[in-house]
Design a protein around this ligand. Structure first.
Ligand SMILES: NC(=O)c1ccc[n+]([C@@H]2O[C@H](COP(=O)([O-])OP(=O)(O)OC[C@H]3O[C@@H](n4cnc5c(N)ncnc54)[C@H](OP(=O)(O)O)[C@@H]3O)[C@@H](O)[C@H]2O)c1
Length: 212
């Protein structure tokens, strides 16, 4: 696989996305970030390039991914807007194929199901809560997972419980069948995602990660 030097980021102006961009820059990567409102992104760095646009736009995603060797997404659904998860994944996978990019790491909630899960009653309850209260968002995220499975790229879908937006760090548990903890910090999430981007320890898998 080609060495990764430049990374395309989706959702970079969001809460976890800010941590992600900083982690990538601190690790020496060049970053191309898709942002709808550039004024919302306060990070300034000579290694950071901003692409203004919407993730549902296929052409913008192609422009975003050009010259990149990996894609990382912390995109999240905004209330009242068209569903973004499956359309953005579809656009990313198409552009990855065209541009010969093989690495895609994305963030999701513990509520996404995979055939390999052995969710505890607590995790099932949290999943069912999403299904009951946000059925369309849940369905769209599930559709995004199906698109990943049908693709032939090296994706990793990282699943997390409640996120605490702090720089704090603790030992984390990685599990392929169930989410064992109740929370995780944004800082620990992005460390895991960036490491996974380069190491591919969980390629074509959906690990749960949480604080121990
Ligand atoms: N927060 C939690 O406790 C939690 C728990 C489990 C899982 N998650 C998942 O973790 C991920 C990150 O969560 P977060 O709380 O950090 O998210 P967030 O702060 O809500 O940020 C979401 C980002 O996605 C961007 N976005 C949404 N629709 C877009 C579109 N059509 N085109 C381009 N960008 C778009 C938003 O851009 P704008 O700023 O332009 O709207 C924003 O930057 C999400 O997938 C979420 O479901 C979160």
């Amino acid at each position: 696989m080609e060495n990764i030097s430049k990374v395309a980021v989706l959702g970079g102006a969001g809460r976890t996305g800010n941590y992600l961009i900083n982690q990538l820059l601190n690790k020496g990567f060049y970053v191309k970030a898709l942002v709808r409102n550039p004024e919302n992104l306060t990070i300034q760095n000579s290694h950071l390039e901003i692409i203004k646009g919407d993730a549902v736009d296929e052409e913008i995603i192609r422009l975003l991914l050009a010259d990149c060797q990996a894609v990382v997404s912390t995109i999240g659904q905004r209330p009242g807007e068209p569903m973004v998860a499956s359309q953005s994944v579809k656009n990313v996978l198409k552009a990855m194929k065209e541009l010969n990019i093989d690495r895609f790491v994305l963030l999701a909630g513990l509520n996404i199901d995979t055939p390999f899960d052995k969710k505890s009653p607590k995790t099932i309850m949290a999943t069912d809560w999403m299904k009951t209260n946000f059925p369309i968002i849940q369905e769209d995220r599930q559709k995004a997972y199906d698109l990943l499975v049908q693709s032939d790229v090296g994706w990793t879908q990282v699943r997390v419980p409640f996120i605490e937006f702090t720089d704090e760090s603790s030992e984390i548990e990685v599990n392929l069948e169930d989410c064992l903890g109740d929370k995780i910090t944004a800082s620990d999430i992005v460390v895991f995602m960036v490491e996974e981007m380069t190491e591919s320890n969980y390629s074509r898998k959906s690990p749960f990660i949480s604080a121990i």
